[in-house]
Write a protein that binds this ligand. Structure first.
Ligand SMILES: *[C@@H]1O[C@H](CO)[C@@H](O)[C@H](O)[C@H]1NC(C)=O
Ligand SMILES: *[C@@H]1O[C@H](CO)[C@@H](O)[C@H](O)[C@H]1NC(C)=O
Length: 309
């Protein structure tokens, strides 16, 4: 127990978060005007209350947020992704202006290009601005919602039967919900108790377990490696990658080289389970966690990859 915790604290974190956007200050999902939003409207009242009262309010806020999630699936029909050349001076300035007006969000890029999400209601106006300013761009995705719908098709019957025989639901052919991921970790701990164990190192804001899987042959001289994924909710490839690594090492442990075997491995595949579930249920492009920020009206969620002490 103690060495487990010590290892967690001491080892350096190798974040498996892939594709982190370079510049994305804007949440592309919801428009930010929120006076009608019960979660946000409530935060001003909360700011005036004492801590105990706030603690009593929090379960109600979560309930309301959960109710909102159900009715309120964000629709990206007509939104587009453009590849925009930033070689001409001034382009980034214009992009910044469009971003502040909430018409676009900038995704990843390099020094000569950037991928830009153009909101559906803004395609016409942004096109005009680009033409006027002579900005080169090409449309990479012409209907984002269509891509989202195609991205994660359900499994066919054969694969479901295969899952049942194997004892867990992970396939690495689709992006799985948190329940499948956690089920996979528990399955490995049950199947390989000599080398694999699972512990929850705490709860997320909405009460989900933060499950860490440990693989170790128990040698005292082992160094520890900690690998996490899924800090940003919408980067589904990241938990998929971490669980893939876990599968490779746990299922083939005896055949692995000593370099792999003589390490205490710690994996936290989903650092942000609330946000991850929210991207499956409500907004495919949600990035932060789901904690309402007390004292501000327009900010639900913390970017766990940036905003911590
Ligand atoms: C930048 O991105 C563009 C478009 O994806 C690509 O064609 C180009 O090779 C990249 N440049 C560098 C220096 O990586
Ligand atoms: C697009 O431009 C028109 C004319 O300037 C303006 O009325 C409209 O609000 C703009 N649309 C958006 C989404 O900003």
């Amino acid at each position: 127990m103690e060495s487990w915790l010590r290892a967690l604290v001491l080892v350096a974190a190798a974040a498996a978060v892939l594709g982190t956007p370079l510049v994305n200050d804007l949440e592309p999902g919801k428009d930010v005007e929120t006076t009608e939003d019960p979660v946000n409207a409530n935060t001003d009242e909360l700011a005036a209350k004492n801590v105990d009262e706030i603690k009593e309010e929090i379960p109600k806020i979560i309930q309301r947020a959960a109710a909102d999630d159900k009715d309120d699936k964000v629709d990206y029909t007509g939104a587009q992704v453009w590849k925009v050349s930033t070689e001409n001076s001034g382009v980034r300035l214009i992009l910044g202006r469009l971003r502040r007006r909430n018409l676009i969000a900038t995704w990843s890029g390099n020094h000569s290009y950037v991928d830009v999400l153009v909101k559906s209601n803004a395609v016409e106006n942004v096109t005009k601005v680009f033409q006027r300013e002579n900005i080169d761009f090409s449309v990479v995705i012409d209907d984002l919602q269509k891509r989202i719908n195609e991205e994660n098709p359900p499994l066919d019957q054969n694969e479901i039967e295969l899952q049942d025989r194997r004892g867990h639901r992970m396939t690495w052919k689709q992006y799985h919900r948190i329940e499948d991921i956690h089920g996979f970790l528990d399955y490995l701990a049950k199947t390989y108790p000599a080398i694999v164990s699972v512990k929850s190192i705490g709860k997320s804001y909405e009460g989900r377990d933060l499950k860490v899987l440990r693989i170790s042959n128990g040698q005292k001289t082992n160094k520890a490696v900690f690998i996490d994924g899924g800090i940003h909710a919408r980067e589904w490839i990241s938990p998929a990658t971490v669980t893939f690594l876990i599968n490779q090492i746990a299922e083939n442990f005896d055949e692995e080289s000593d370099e792999i075997k003589n390490i205490d491995w710690y994996f936290l595949p989903v650092v942000n389970p609330d946000g991850y579930e929210y991207t499956h249920k409500a907004d495919r492009l949600w990035r932060k966690n789901r904690k309402p920020t007390i004292g501000t009206r327009q900010c639900v969620g913390t970017d766990l990859n940036r905003n911590f002490g």
